[in-house]
Design a protein around this ligand. Structure first.
Ligand SMILES: Nc1ncnc2c1ncn2[C@@H]1O[C@H](COP(=O)(O)OP(=O)(O)O)[C@@H](O)[C@H]1O
Ligand SMILES: [Mg+2]
Length: 371
């Protein structure tokens, strides 16, 4: 245990009036955006026996999240709403300071504390049962928030899934070509421009009022679901930092883009990159088992395509970052952003080939669950 960090966590705990003496802490190294710790306190359980009570303490990454106060306001609204809907279920609960804030902001550091839920998480996963459970949890998240007015939430990352705008930025930066890098990625540019209209389908349908705005999670990775140890049962969706108004297909598409890819997001062996239809099926089944009753026909019809859309959108972001000097995504090797772009393009191409199959799977699941 690092003494300095222990002292820091105690100071933060004091601001939130956590009862009982601080005992120890452990850093949690899953997730790569915030700094996350489990802090343990000693509590009298009422019978005179001491027991350990743990809290989840996080230092929010204010470089990634530029408006952490608006972000906490979104989280507060959503978690309070879920708790009111499901009073007897395990929910996330954020502690308040003496002045009723869900955070402390001291200098550059932004801290918050929520309940610690004993659980396990999976970084990657090819176990279909776990994939299906995670999808059920993300589907349930949609379901429980289906009557929440999404316009109450701030767009903490403006135009996050505005694919048209992502393309406009890419096209502008290709024209400027400030670093002379465009010549190295002509093939990737040509592909992405050739599929622009299909890749922008969700954005265009949203603009035309054909898809409802919902509360979306926007980071639907499997490691953002807590599981009960040993049972593969999903307990809770966590990591609500990117909760915003959005489309259901954004959450579905990003989840399958990440979970159903045969390879890592930055694999250099793109001959293996592609969508694993078994994983896709498990995810679709879990998600639609919860959401089918609330989804519109148009929403269901966009789910099969959504992985392709999200893969293209992310490819434009990786490619733009390469062209403008690797400023946004951390690069760990030469041409890392080109490698990532190629991998997303390989995935998009494979998804395009398997579009009919994915649409049929979605349709089959929707029918099974009542549409
Ligand atoms: N309330 C909680 N109870 C138990 N573990 C948690 C809780 N919240 C987060 N974790 C663990 O900490 C990890 C990182 O938290 P997360 O909020 O996802 O941060 P990041 O934004 O860095 O991904 C999670 O993947 C999970 O393993
Ligand atoms: Mg996370």
């Amino acid at each position: 245990m690092n003494e300095q960090m222990a002292r820091k966590l105690q100071q933060v705990g004091n601001k939130f009036n956590l009862p009982g003496p601080f005992f120890s802490y452990e850093e949690i190294n899953v997730g790569n955006v915030n700094h996350t710790y489990r802090a343990d306190y000693i509590r009298d359980d009422g019978t005179g026996m001491a027991r350990i009570k743990s809290y989840l303490v996080q230092q929010v990454n204010t470089y990634a999240f530029r408006d952490p106060v608006a972000l906490m306001d979104n989280i507060d609204k959503v978690t309070e709403y879920i708790h009111a809907q499901r009073p007897n279920q395990t929910c996330l609960h954020y502690h308040h300071t003496a002045d009723r804030n869900t955070y402390v902001f001291d200098g550059d550091e932004f801290w918050r504390i929520c309940n610690y839920v004993p659980s396990v998480t999976y970084d990657t996963c090819d176990n279909l049962e776990i994939v299906r459970s995670a999808a059920e949890a993300f589907g349930d998240f949609q379901m429980v928030l289906s009557d929440f007015d999404a316009s109450q939430l701030s767009y903490t990352i403006p135009d996050f899934h505005n694919t048209r705008k992502r393309y406009e930025t890419l096209i502008k930066d290709i024209k400027e070509d400030k670093l002379g890098r465009v010549k190295n990625v002509q093939e990737e540019i040509d592909y992405l421009l050739s599929v622009q209209d299909l890749a922008c389908k969700l954005t265009d349908m949203e603009k035309a009022g054909q898809l409802p705005l919902r509360v979306t999670h926007n980071d639907t990775k499997i490691n953002n679901v807590l599981f009960e140890e040993n049972t593969n049962k999903a307990l809770l969706v966590i990591d609500l930092d990117t909760v915003m108004p959005g489309l259901v297909a954004h959450d579905f598409g990003d989840a399958v883009r990440f979970a159903a890819n045969f390879t890592e997001e930055d694999s250099e062996d793109t001959s293996r990159t592609g969508v694993d239809l078994n994983i896709f099926w498990a995810f679709a089944d879990g998600f639609l088992s919860q959401t089918t009753p609330i989804l519109t026909r148009n929403e269901i019809d966009t789910l099969g395509l959504s992985g392709f859309v999200l893969a293209c959108e992310l490819a434009t972001r990786f490619l733009d970052d390469y062209i403008t000097g690797d400023k946004y995504f951390k690069v760990k090797k030469d041409n890392h952003n080109i490698i990532r772009t190629k991998c997303q393009i390989a995935l998009a191409k494979d998804m395009y080939k398997k579009l009919d199959a994915m649409n049929a799977i979605v349709e089959g699941c929707a029918k099974k669950y009542g549409k």
